[in-house]
Ligand binder design. Structure first.
Ligand code: PBG
Length: 326
């Protein structure tokens, strides 16, 4: 005799309509933030594929405008910009120069696409000759002297028209320093999306090719978080929340879904997560080998972020997903 009192979960999976009606999480264009790499160059036609990130490019200003224009036509709501300056120096001055490449890109995009949310990644590593995210002395990244430079960068970005700034350097106190500087300069309405919980991750490898920002000595382990730790992540999130972060980010994404869930449960701010370059490259590589169904894996990974409690997802797959959602 088969008992009849067991749970029949399959009833709610019997048709596509039924499944869609009971679906708990969905990914929409409003959730997605596309990263772009913009290069300071006189060559307007510059568009160079990043070899470790097939389908992603370093772009001149002109090519950026074209690329973003197409994405906006497909429903893009938000992007985050990384700049690659022509010259780097010890203090990363391109990051806070009003004529720096990201400041130019922000102006261009806001002029061309006023409704697009343009977010600026606030960090020094793409602009420093040593590739570290702060000022270096005796081969050690100096915390407090870096805060001023980051604050100057955020103000330069806001002045250029950035809708939001996103500090990714992992210096202590930078959210407070940036908030104070923004307020002082009259940008009380510019939100801060803090890379609050950012791990020293091997998954950033391809990004460092894309942004030409690999550290020239040592690594980032004295400022980015140690991957085995989760309680420490909540301390980082609490610090940034108290310093005035409007949105808290967890980075990388899939390997740190536990942190996304914990931050979601512990704070009432929106939570963002960054599906980083290495996550992108792994999916791309497997797909190019015919080993996985690319869009299937992409959509499953993105909805996993939503299920874990993320409101916003930074992903290099944004443009592809927008096309798929259309
Ligand atoms: C800059 C920064 C990095 C990423 C975003 N902002 C690299 C790093 O910290 O080395 C990584 C993004 C990615 O891997 O896609 N500090």
């Amino acid at each position: 005799m088969i008992p009849s009192d067991f749970y029949r979960g399959r009833r709610l999976r019997s048709s596509l309509t039924m499944r869609e009606m009971v679906r708990e999480n969905t990914v929409t264009a409003n959730d997605l933030i596309m990263p772009y790499f913009v290069v300071e160059t006189d060559d307007d036609s510059f568009k160079k594929e990043i070899s470790s990130m097939p389908g992603q490019y370093q772009l001149s200003l002109k090519q950026l405008k074209k690329q973003v224009g197409d994405a906006v036509d497909n429903g893009l709501r938000a992007c985050i910009l990384f700049g690659i300056p022509a010259e780097k120096d010890e203090l990363g001055s391109g990051a806070y120069d009003d004529k720096g490449i990201v400041q130019k890109a922000i102006r261009l995009l806001k002029d061309s696409f006023p409704d697009l949310m343009v977010i600026a990644d606030t960090c020094l590593c793409e602009y420093t000759s040593h590739g570290h995210c702060g000022m270096v002395k005796n081969e050690y990244v100096q915390n407090d002297p870096t805060l001023n430079l980051l604050a100057k960068a955020a103000v330069a970005q806001a002045k250029a028209g950035a809708d939001m700034v996103a500090p990714s350097d992992m210096m202590d106190g930078r959210v407070a320093a940036i908030r104070a500087a923004l307020d002082d300069a009259g940008f009380t309405n510019t939100p801060i999306m803090s890379y609050a919980i950012k791990y020293a991750s091997a998954f950033y490898g391809p990004f460092r090719e894309a942004a030409e920002s690999a550290p020239q000595f040592g690594d980032r382990k004295t400022y980015q978080m140690d991957p085995p730790n989760s309680r420490e992540g909540l301390r980082e999130a609490a610090a940034d929340f108290e310093e005035g972060a409007d949105i808290l980010m967890v980075k990388p994404g899939l390997p740190y879904l536990d942190l996304v869930r914990q931050v979601r449960d512990a704070f009432d701010t929106p939570v963002a997560t960054y599906q980083v370059s290495g996550e992108y490259s792994m999916i791309k590589a497997a797909a190019q080998n015919g080993w996985i169904d690319e869009m299937g894996v992409v959509m499953e990974s993105l909805v996993a972020f939503k299920r874990a409690g993320a409101d916003l997802i930074l992903t290099y797959f944004t443009e592809d997903v927008l096309k798929a959602l259309k």
